[in-house]
Design a protein around this ligand. Structure first.
Ligand code: SF4
Length: 239
C-alpha cells in the first residue's frame, strides 16, 4: 500500500527515511524496505502515529468562524481524512479544543473550565482573528483579547474567518507538532508519567474579567493608583 507524495517517492519510503538512523549505512537497493533505528524512536513513531491520526476535537463554535469549522467537517473538505471527524461535545473524550469565534468575557470562564476537564495530552487550536487576539472587537468592553491569555495555544489559524483549507492546514501543523514529541524527552511530553497537571485557575467575572494568577500585580497597581490619587490631598493638608 503506497501513495505517491508528489516528489516521486511514496509515504512508505518517507516514513522509513525518517525512521532510519543516517549513521548506519544501508545499501541503496534496500532503503525502501529496511530502516535501522533506536527503540525510543520506533516507540515514538508508533505512539505519535496513533495519536496524530485519531485526534478528537471538541467543538467550541462561538461565532462566525464556527461556520467554516462546520464546513471543514462536511463532505467537501472531509476532516475524516485525518482521523479527526469525531467532534465531541464532551471535554472528557476530546484531545483538541477548537476555539473558533469571538471569546467574550462571559464565555472565557466555561472555556477554561472545559479545558481543565480535558484529559492529557490535550491541545488547543485558536481559529480566527477573534480567538487569537480579539479580532475586530479587540478591546471591546465584553471581548477577551486572545484566548492564549488564559489557556496555552498550540496552533494559531489567522483569518477573519479562516477558510476550511486554512483550518485543515492548522490541523496538519498540529500533527507535525505531535510528530516532534518524544517519550524520551519529558519537556516535550510533560503529561507523561507525572500524574495530574496543574489546573488553570478560573478567571473571575466581576466588573471586568481578571486572571487570578495576576492578582498580586493587580493589587500593586491598585495600591499605586490609590497612592497617586491620595497624593494631592496630602499636599493640600500640609499647605
Ligand atoms: S474572526 Fe471574523 S469571522 Fe471569525 S468570529 Fe471573529 S469576526 Fe467572525
Amino acid at each position: 500500500m503506497s501513495q505517491n507524495n508528489g516528489n516521486g517517492n511514496n509515504h512508505h519510503d518517507d516514513f522509513l527515511q525518517e525512521l532510519h538512523n543516517p549513521d548506519v549505512p544501508v545499501p541503496e537497493n534496500m532503503r525502501s524496505a529496511v530502516a535501522v533505528t533506536s527503540f525510543t524512536k520506533l516507540l515514538d513513531s508508533i505512539y505519535n502515529w496513533g495519536r496524530r491520526n485519531s485526534i478528537w476535537p471538541m467543538a467550541f463554535g462561538l461565532a462566525c468562524c464556527a461556520i467554516e469549522m462546520i464546513a471543514t467537517a462536511a463532505s467537501r473538505f472531509d476532516q475524516a481524512r485525518f482521523g479527526m471527524e469525531v467532534i465531541r461535545a464532551s471535554p472528557r473524550q476530546a484531545d483538541l479544543m477548537l476555539v473558533s469565534g469571538t471569546v467574550t468575557k462571559k464565555m472565557i470562564v466555561p472555556i477554561v473550565r472545559l479545558y481543565n476537564q480535558m484529559p492529557e495530552p490535550k491541545y488547543v487550536l485558536a481559529m480566527g482573528a477573534c480567538a487569537i487576539g480579539g479580532g475586530p472587537f479587540k478591546e471591546g468592553y465584553n471581548v477577551v483579547s486572545g484566548i492564549d491569555k488564559y489557556i496555552p495555544v498550540d496552533v494559531y489559524v489567522p483569518g477573519c474567518p479562516p477558510t476550511p483549507q486554512a483550518l485543515l492546514h492548522g490541523l496538519i501543523m498540529l500533527q507535525k507538532k505531535i510528530d516532534r514529541q518524544s517519550l524520551g524527552n519529558p519537556n516535550s511530553t510533560p503529561w507523561y508519567g507525572r500524574g495530574p497537571g496543574d489546573e488553570v485557575p478560573l478567571p473571575v467575572l466581576g466588573p471586568d474579567v481578571f486572571d487570578p494568577r495576576q492578582v498580586h500585580v493587580l493589587g500593586r497597581q491598585a495600591k499605586a493608583a490609590q497612592a497617586a490619587a491620595d497624593a494631592p490631598e496630602a499636599e493640600d493638608t500640609t499647605a
